[in-house]
Design a protein around this ligand. Structure first.
Ligand code: ZN
Length: 161
């Protein structure tokens, strides 16, 4: 964890969805998806499509070029990224690339904290941007996972540039 203080990563502990990834390819692009719980999908999909969701869990297509968001091959259900209420940050054309969905902090704000405000670590970035102040990633982040890894990745890239 590179010496990061776990006390500033409040959402890291309440999510245990990093299981069952791989093997389940997207029905359109065939790239492996990332496991997402039903409750996440239920909060992400527009209300008029709620009856199509069912009670099963999903996978999120991680291919930036693919228009598919969530899918379940067993039940032959798939949604497009346009069916999701928020822009999915890693998809091409995402308008507002959120790093932290809970606090609505963008990738650009994280980069600015590093480049302009000289933040060098997660704790400083969180203080400057206000990211992760009210974390509930399971229902706010389209991946259903904590944004901590995404933010750390952005910091690492910004520090190199
Ligand atoms: Zn796909």
């Amino acid at each position: 964890m590179n010496g990061i203080n776990l006390n500033v990563i409040p959402c890291e502990t309440n999510l245990k969805t990093d299981i069952k990834d791989n093997v389940n390819p997207c029905p359109v692009c065939n790239v492996s998806g990332s496991f997402v719980k039903n409750i996440t999908v239920r909060h992400m999909i527009y209300d008029d499509l709620l009856e199509n969701i069912g009670n099963f869990d999903y996978y999120l297509c991680m291919n930036e070029d693919c228009k598919i968001s969530y899918y379940n091959n067993d039940f032959r259900v798939k949604f497009e990224k346009s069916d999701v209420k928020v822009p999915i940050w890693f998809k091409k054309g995402a308008n507002s690339k959120y790093a932290c969905y809970c606090s609505k902090v963008t990738e650009e704000q994280v980069i600015n904290a590093v480049i302009n405000d000289k933040a060098t670590n997660m704790k400083e970035v969180l203080e400057i941007t206000g990211a992760m102040t009210n974390p509930n990633c399971q229902i706010n982040n389209p991946s259903g996972k904590c944004c901590h890894h995404t933010i750390q990745g952005i910091i690492d890239r910004a520090l190199i540039d």
